[in-house]
Design a protein around this ligand. Structure first.
Ligand code: ZN
Length: 98
């Protein structure tokens, strides 16, 4: 798995720059797509199936596509942490190859 060189950079993480996409994913998925947590007790995160840094490191894709809904899935904090560690895998519906 590739690791972000700029981990923690809000731009690389995609936070705040695409609030509309995040809202749409929350409305579409409603609950954690791994365990079904409804977010009533914990905050639900929007996970990038293909990490944003992968888009930054590629010459063949547009970084903005990282925030396409097809690359986003709603997860609870616990499942998001597991996804970040590579313990959970999700399919991106983006039509790019990396
Ligand atoms: Zn979960």
């Amino acid at each position: 798995m590739l690791r972000c060189l700029a981990a923690g950079d809000p731009e690389v993480l995609g936070r705040a720059r695409h609030p509309d996409a995040r809202r749409r994913v929350r409305a579409r998925d409603e609950v954690c797509q791994e365990c079904g947590d409804d977010g009533s007790a914990t905050y639900l995160d929007v996970h990038h199936t293909v990490p944003v840094c992968t888009f930054h490191e590629s010459d063949t894709v547009n970084v903005a596509d990282a925030h396409d809904e097809g690359n986003l899935v709603l997860l609870c904090r616990s499942c998001h942490a597991r996804a970040g560690l590579g313990q959970l895998e999700f399919e991106s519906t983006l039509e790019h190859s990396f």
